[in-house]
Write a protein that binds this ligand. Structure first.
Ligand code: ADP
Length: 369
């Protein structure tokens, strides 16, 4: 791993520098030297080193300060600090400031274990390579999110808005045929936006930063609006979609957009996994400060042994009934993450294949803290 690496050694002692040069060149490294902190900072801005060995006791600048200045400009070089006896405290400070490892000078002294020295250097280089790769991945992810948001979500929203304007006949009256075609387009664009939102949520969940935007909302409205979206889908499959809402408001501190996604995912699964002519029931109730949503269908059901795995990433039931039904296996994972972020639970019940399924979401009805 060290062969051909460009190494900068920083130490005011010529003897130490010479010793390090001998040791490192025998392992195929190219070595350059700095005798002071200032020189080290200057050299590291002029060239990209793979590894910097930095003594913390320098005549001109504090070693930690040198480390800080190097790190400001260079995130990719592995830095290993050299400490004296009892230098553990400064070594830990150095690691906090961006060093990738430390070596005590005694380990370097004649008779010290060269093997351990090289092992420590390799460890430090691996540590840095890991951080660099992680950062690149994060940047790639950030680019990907913004690509999805700008290049897919925004145009989809403007398509939806345009279609809505046409359908409202605020521009020109429509013939029945035109209206029907525009509604098909609207339905498809809505599906696309849902898919994009699902991927965005999944990406956030995967990166570990799904944050809710809660507000006081009546869950009856949330459920009603989401079910309305699925009505067309259900009609197309000649299914009966029944909505049962309580007469009193079910008000809680929730992220209404995210909760809509929960309901939409569950209802669109019910539509998808229920054959033509089946029945789907969506019911909302509230008791003792807990809202309970039940989405049940008379569809293909779920084998009991597969129930616990449903909410895992990419999980899709393997059974004859699911063949030919398209999906990503992400919808239920997103449901679970959103529900849990609200302090709630979700579970599935089914008597088995062909016997329908029920998904039950329970959420505490909180008020803002
Ligand atoms: P998908 O995109 O595959 O629908 P989900 O995460 O939403 O992904 O669901 C995971 C799996 O759970 C589905 O592939 C399906 O096998 C099963 N499933 C979900 N909802 C139902 C349902 N209402 N009836 C039967 N099976 C279902």
């Amino acid at each position: 791993m060290l062969a051909d690496k460009l190494v900068l050694t920083v130490d005011d002692s010529r003897t130490v520098r010479r010793f390090l040069r001998t040791l490192l060149t025998t392992h195929g490294c190219k070595v350059e030297e700095a005798a002071s902190g200032q020189e080290a900072v200057r050299m590291s801005t002029e060239k990209m080193y793979d590894l910097i060995l930095l003594d913390l006791l320098l005549p001109d600048l504090d070693g930690i300060e040198v480390l800080r200045r190097i790190r400001q400009k260079d995130q990719t070089a592995a830095i290993v600090v050299l400490t004296g006896m009892g230098g553990i405290k400064s070594a830990t400070t150095a690691v906090r400031e961006g060093a990738d490892g430390y070596i005590t000078k005694q380990d370097l002294s004649v008779g010290g274990e060269a093997q351990e020295f090289f092992y420590a250097l390799e460890q430090a280089m691996e540590h840095r390579a890991g951080l660099v790769a992680q950062k690149q991945l994060q940047e790639l992810r950030a680019d990907f999110y913004s690509m999805i948001t700008h290049d897919l979500r925004n145009p989809t929203s403007s398509i939806l808005l345009t279609l809505q304007l046409l359908l409202e006949e605020s521009i020109d009256p429509l013939t029945e045929n035109q209206r029907e075609l525009l509604m098909i387009a609207q339905n498809a664009a809505e599906k696309l936006r849902r898919l994009v939102d699902e991927f965005l949520d999944f990406a956030k969940i995967d990166a570990g930063y799904l944050r809710l935007n809660p507000d006081m909302a009546d869950l009856r409205t949330v459920v009603e609006e989401s079910v309305r979206l699925a009505e067309l889908q259900a009609q197309a499959r000649r299914q009966t979609l029944t909505l049962k809402l309580p007469s009193e408001p079910v008000t809680g501190w929730v992220d209404a957009e995210r909760m809509k996604r929960v309901v939409e995912n569950l209802v669109s699964n019910a539509v998808k996994y229920t054959p033509e002519g089946g029945q789907i029931t969506v019911e909302l109730n509230a008791t003792d400060g807990i809202a309970e949503l039940r989405v049940s269908d008379t569809g293909i059901g779920i084998p009991p042994e597969q129930l616990p795995a449903l909410f895992q990433k990419y999980y899709r039931v393997s059974a004859a009934g699911t063949k030919g039904i398209r999906g990503t296996g992400l919808g239920l994972l997103i449901v679970k993450e959103i529900v849990e972020a609200h302090g709630g639970t979700v579970r599935a019940e089914s008597e088995g294949s062909g016997k329908g399924s029920t998904f039950i979401v329970r959420i505490p009805l909180r008020t803002p803290e």
